[in-house]
Design a protein around this ligand. Structure first.
Ligand code: UDP
Ligand code: GLC
Length: 385
């Protein structure tokens, strides 16, 4: 089975990190076509996964795109579509990993007569996308996709709610290599104290936030929560603005200054050693203010043995069993978050038992091997029909 994977991004977001693991399995029979260059390409090359940058021009279809600008940008997509369709003829199927990749793939599937799989990693709701965007994606999916893989039940439900065909969708969660996380996490635990010292947070209870800086990821909620906690509690924000959210980054820095928290809130930028850092933290917070489609960081924290508090919406609710494998708080509720952080700070034994249960659950339910097996089976049965 030869697969042409498509992804619009050159940057390493959650969708791309997930695709890295899937494409690695098919490395001898696939090509990953990207619509932009960046560290995603190097990450693919490091794992000997064939990769090609399919266009030098930025593909402009934003999440908020309106009808006119959407159609205009479709015009600029033409050379990319033709190139993709020609390439697709050398493969058995097209596998689109992101929304713009799916739009290109949907046209290429007609031209190349190769089936199209859409790995849907977004919650298709008005909170995340414009009406035009939703209509275009759902219509294309209903008519052009042979299979839609949803990264959670919440993602699947939103797709169906938006008018998507239920019979097309299969829910497959993201998978993780638990042994790798365990090994790297041990390194992080061993150097937790020196690390805290390095970043000026020695003797602090450190809450880690691991996500691109973007308004809906809700870093501002964690900052606000820290302001409601005693001074022994601090936060690190790991991640960068991947999609031009510079205004939000400025707002976050301003908020930290205004609240007088520069000694207790540290911005660490994009980091690649996530398991080590998670394990060096005392608690991981996920604070998305809109429903999270899946939330890799939640399972990663569990696999690192660090307790998690997550925002109760979307896929996150399928990942955390409240008070058993972690805590859930209402999205946007900084007071509730501050309360949970303080509970965690005061209750090391509760933290320990939550982390232990979470590790077991994550190992059992989110195994990379099983996820790859499911994807492989679904693709094979698609090609055999
Ligand atoms: N991540 C990373 N470096 C950072 C911040 C985050 O590698 O500095 C990773 C994180 O470990 C996770 C992914 O980025 O695997 C984010 O995925 P998630 O599903 O949580 O959210 P997304 O950004 O895809 O919406
Ligand atoms: C998207 C979603 C995120 C999910 C990731 C991997 O980036 O925003 O919630 O975990 O895809 O499927």
């Amino acid at each position: 089975m030869n697969i042409l994977f498509l992804d619009q991004s050159g940057k390493l977001g959650g969708a791309e990190l997930s695709l890295l693991d899937v494409a690695a399995t098919f490395r001898h029979h696939c090509l990953v076509g990207l619509f932009a260059d960046g560290n995603f390409r190097s990450a693919l090359e490091d794992r000997q996964i064939p990769v090609q940058i399919l266009t030098q021009q930025a593909v402009k279809v934003s999440k908020e795109t309106g009808l006119i600008s959407g159609l205009t940008s479709l015009g600029t997509l033409l050379p990319l579509v033709v190139k993709t369709a020609n390439l697709a003829k050398q493969y058995d199927l097209i596998y689109a990993n992101t929304q713009k990749a799916f739009v290109v793939g949907a046209i290429a599937t007609f031209l190349s007569r190769r089936p199209l799989v859409y790995h849907l990693r977004d919650i298709l709701s008005p909170e995340h996308f414009s009406q035009t965007n939703l209509r275009v994606v759902v219509t294309l999916a209903n008519h052009c996709a042979a299979l839609v893989i949803a990264n959670s039940q919440a993602t699947r439900d939103a797709f169906v709610q938006a008018g998507g065909r239920a019979d097309l969708v299969q829910v497959i969660y993201n998978g993780f290599d638990a042994d790798r996380y365990a090994q790297l996490a041990q390194l992080g635990r061993d150097r937790a104290e020196p690390w805290k010292q390095e970043i000026g947070l020695e003797n602090h209870f450190v809450v880690g936030h691991f996500s691109r800086l973007s308004p809906w990821k809700g870093q501002h909620i964690l900052i606000e929560a820290i302001a409601h906690c005693p001074k022994e509690i601090a936060a690190v924000l790991v991640g960068d603005a991947l999609f031009g959210e510079t205004e939000y980054v400025q707002q976050l820095h301003h908020q930290v200054e205004q609240l007088g928290l520069h000694d207790r809130v540290k911005f660490l930028g994009f980091q690649s050693e996530i398991p080590q850092l998670m394990a060096s933290c005392d608690l991981v917070a996920h604070t998305s203010t809109a429903p999270e489609p899946f939330g890799r960081v939640i399972i990663e924290a569990m696999l690192c043995g660090t307790p998690i508090v997550a925002a109760a919406a979307g896929g996150a609710m399928e990942l955390v069993n409240p008070e058993t494998t972690g805590w859930l708080t209402s999205p946007g509720d900084e007071i509730a978050l501050a309360h949970v952080i303080q509970t965690a700070y005061k209750s090391p034994t509760v933290m320990e038992s939550l982390a232990k249960a979470a590790l077991e659950t994550a190992k059992q339910q989110f195994s990379l091997e099983e996820v790859i097996e499911k994807i492989d089976q679904s693709l094979k049965s698609l090609l055999s029909t």
